[in-house]
Structure formats: structure tokens, C-alpha cells
Design a protein around this ligand. Sequence first.
Ligand SMILES: Nc1ncnc2c1ncn2[C@@H]1O[C@H](COP(=O)(O)OP(=O)(O)OP(=O)(O)O)[C@@H](O)[C@H]1O
Length: 458
Amino acid sequence: MNDAQSAFKDQEMLRDKLDKEIHEHIATKKELKATRRTLEGFVRMAELAENQCQKEKRNCEQLRSELREHLKDQQTLRDKLEKEMSQHIATKKELETTRREAESAENRYRTEKSKCEQLRWELEQHIKELEREQQLRKTAEEKVLGDSVSAASATSKDDKMWWHYSFKEIQTATENFHERNKLGQGRYGQVYKGVLRHTSVAVKVLAEDRIRDRQEFQKKLEIVSRLHHPNLVLFLGACPDKGCLIYEYIANGNLEERLYCEGVTAPMPWFIRFRICLDVARALSFLHTCPQPIVYQELKLRNVLLDHGLISKITDIHMAELIPMTSSSGAHKITESLFTRELAYIDPDYQRAGTVTCEADVYSLGILILQLLTKRPPLGIAFCMEEALESGQLDRVLDKSAGEWPLEEATSVAQLGLKCMEPRRKDRAKLKDDVLPVLESVQKYSASLYGRQTDSRH
Ligand SMILES: Nc1ncnc2c1ncn2[C@@H]1O[C@H](COP(=O)(O)OP(=O)(O)OP(=O)(O)O)[C@@H](O)[C@H]1O
């Protein structure tokens, strides 16, 4: 083989190689073209996608801002709702409070109404009782006036005005002085409830030393049995040998218990208190104006009993002292030791004069009046009332549980109470001229307020 041939061969091989490379190049070019198209497609798709994205993004922005607006609106609405809700709760609470207040006001109204009804009923009973007793009183007073002189010396006579009960009868009546029938224990003995000859009675069993002087005791019984007055507890009889005194039973306890609402009783209204002052003053006046005057000496809250109509009656009348007919001054030396009496109620003039007069009762009445006005203990009561009146602050010391006191009337009763308590007996208020007129006019005022006459006695 020559050179030409080998060159040709080389050229052939080169041409084949070039052809092959051209083919490969063409194929690669085609591939590249295809790839380029694909890529261009991708680019377009990417552009489309980006456009879409932009659009979506814009939509999103739009939605977000709408959402923000919406949320803002919702927040405003929620704030408004919360505000309204709390207003609603506050209104509801207010309504609840108002409802409770209305309920308690209604309850208070009902209680007050029933108290009023009760008082009205009691007043009506009082009127009936007074009417019934008025007649009794008239005849009794006439009889007493006629009889009391002879009564002092009636011990040996047989014309007894009281029942003589046997001890057996009294034992039966009190179930042999059973504890459950015991009404209380005083300084001079025990008191039992019982039923004697179909009548409710209080049996007072006096201590032995109280009946030692038989004659004196009998004499007292004769006098006491002749004392009939609507405001005195009625003495029915006795079993003198055993020191048992039989009194009518008074159902509503004593004034101290009622004033201090023991046994959860309702407070006494002011007009009942005014009436009690008058009742007690009338009882004292009756005793003092007997032909042979009687000084009660035992006036205090515990010795004023109240019946079902809240009419007051003074008890322990057997403790009273007769002023001897021989005493021109109306003064009497008493044998009783002062220390057996309640000190605060004792006439301060007794120590100076050494004798007792009817003014001693007026002094005790003064304390009782001030106690009913203020519900305070007797000690220092006059001083406290003087201060209140001088400073024009009476309402500060008046007992608020008695209701709305009429100030003008309360002032005149308070002044009267102080006048009764003047240290010197000659300066004290006089029952007939001062005490009764003031208390009667106050009673008239109370009656006019309640639209009817609650007192038919005078
Ligand atoms: N007739 C009566 N009806 C109903 N209760 C009465 C009667 N008499 C007395 N009592 C009651 O019996 C109790 C004792 O009364 P008593 O008179 O013996 O003593 P006191 O008044 O408490 O004290 P003091 O001996 O100091 O007077 C009191 O609670 C009184 O209210």
C-alpha cells in the first residue's frame, strides 16, 4: 500500500469520524433544541406559575386585609357585647338587690301590719275590759270609801270580804306546788299558778317572818280585800295559817319582762307605754285618796303586771302601808327595813324626814315613767334625762324600739317624770293636779291618732 492509499484511508477514516461526529453533533444539537424547548416550556410554566403566584398573593393580601377588617369588626362587636353583658349583669344585680329589698320591705310591712293588728286587737280587748271593769270599779270604789275606815279594825269580825281557802285546796290547785307551776320567786316568797274554784289564780306563799305578826297580817288582808280598782291586781282570798295569798292570775307577765322583751315578745309601742303610766298613776291616786290613805311603797317595773289587753295592774298590794288616821301631816314612820326595798326607787326624802308619805310613790312613779321612755335602769336615769332635755336631744335617750315617739308629748311626759323625782317631797308633782292631767291629755292624743277613744273611764 502506497502513501496515497494510506492517506486516502486516513482521510476516509477521518471523514467517517467527522461524519460520526457530525451525526453526533446533529443529534446533540437536536437534543439541545429539544431540551431548550422543554426549558422554554418550563420557563413559560414558571412564568405562568409566578404570575399565578402573584395573583394568588394579591388575592391572599386582599383576603388578609378583609380578614383583618372582619376581625376588627368582630373585636368591636365582642367589646360591645361584653360591655352590654356587664351592663346587663350589673342591671341584673341591681334588680336582684331591689327585689330582695322589696321582699324584705314587704316582710317588714307584713310584720308591722300584724303587730298593728295585734295592738289594735289588744286595744279593743283593753276597751272591752275597761268597760266591763268600769262598772265594777264604780261600785267597788263606793264600797271602799265606805268600808276602809272600818276595815282597819275588822280583824276580829266575821264580815270577811275574801275567801278563806284550805291549804289542801291550794295544794291541789298548784299540783302540790309543782315546779312547773312556779311563776317566780320574790323577796318575800314564791308565786305559783293554779286553778281554784274554776278561776286561774296566782298563789303567793309568804315566808314565815312575813306572817309572824298574825294580827297585823289579818288586818292587812281585810284592807287589801276591800281594794278594788281596774289597775290593782284583785285579791281573792288567802290561807292565812300557811301564809298563802290568792290573787287573780295576770296572763302577760310583768312590766320589766315586757319592757325588756323577755320570752321574745314584741317591743311595747310608745302609746301603750303612755297608757301604762296613766294606769299606774290612777292606781296610786286611788290608794292615796282612800279615807285612810295607803302608801304603796313597792312601785317598780316588776310589780306592774300586764293582762291580755296590756292593761297594767299593780301587785303586792299587801305590802302597802296604811297612813294612820291620827297622822295630820300624812307622814308615817314605817317599821320595814329600808334594805328590803329596791334602793333606786326609795324616796330620797325618807332619810331626811324619817317618815313615809304618799309622795314616796310619786317619786317611784317618776322613775317608772323615765324607764318606760328610755328603757334604762333606774340608777342615774334622772341625770341622763335632765341632760337630754337641757340639750334639746330627748330623742337620743328615748327607747327607739317603741317606734316614732311624738316628741312634744314625750317631752311633757319626761318633764313630768323628772318633776315626780324632785328630791324634796313638797316640790314633787301632785298626782291629781299635775300627773293625771298630763298623762290623760297624752292618752287623748294617742287615742286621737288611732281614730278612736281608747279610754272610756273618765
Ligand atoms: N297575780 C299574778 N299573776 C301572774 N304572775 C304573777 C302574779 N303575781 C306575781 N307574779 C309573777 O311571779 C313572779 C314573782 O313575783 P313576786 O311579786 O313574788 O316577786 P318580784 O316582784 O319578782 O320581786 P319582789 O319580791 O322584789 O317584789 C314575778 O315574775 C311575777 O311577775
